[in-house]
Design a protein around this ligand. Sequence first.
Ligand code: DC
Length: 216
Amino acid sequence: MRVIAIDGPAGSGKSTVARAVAKRMALRYLDTGAMYRAVAFAVLRNGEDPADHDYAARTARDIELDVGIDKVMVNGVDATIEIRGPEVTRAVSAVAANADVRRELVSRQREWAERNGGGVLEGRDIGTVVFPDAELKVYLTADPEERARRRAKEVTDLDYETVAADIARRDALDSGRKADPLVEAADAVIVDTTGMSIDQVVDEIEGLLLSVEEQA
Ligand code: DC
């Protein structure tokens, strides 16, 4: 099974890069952040509190989830747009800090890879927790200002200051939580994407993969 783990903070370019790597390598792609967002979406949709530990854990276990490249279905509802919206983005950190939610989603991520003979998985804990034996672990990062600029371009309805504050808040929550915090795996290759184009980053990862293959 061939697994490529791509981790890193918000705005580091993970999604764009992971998709492009999967395409070039003819591998499947999984956005694990979309899974945490989907659980937050389902909790909010039922009018419940994302910080309610047991409710969120039950939701994660019961949720019918179909995370595709361009479409995310949650309990039969197309949630593609809403899982990226401000409400879910505000709620998702509480859900992602829930150890029982994580246990369930990590097991679904492993099943997904087994079913597909591996793939490119993108998230915060892929190289540290989900697939510690991944063939290649990449930790993408970039200056906070550049990450905020990239996000501000994507979400056209929010100004730079708001996006920068949100990124700083999520960085602190993702890195500071007890359950599987965002950290570089000891054997991850750190790629600082500040000032790099997508193509440059993808080329670099392709080069890393080739050298891993040569060593094997
Ligand atoms: O990558 P993203 O912004 O869509 O991730 C949404 C949230 O989920 C973010 O707060 C971090 C969390 N997350 C996580 O804890 N573990 C993952 N493997 C992926 C995302």
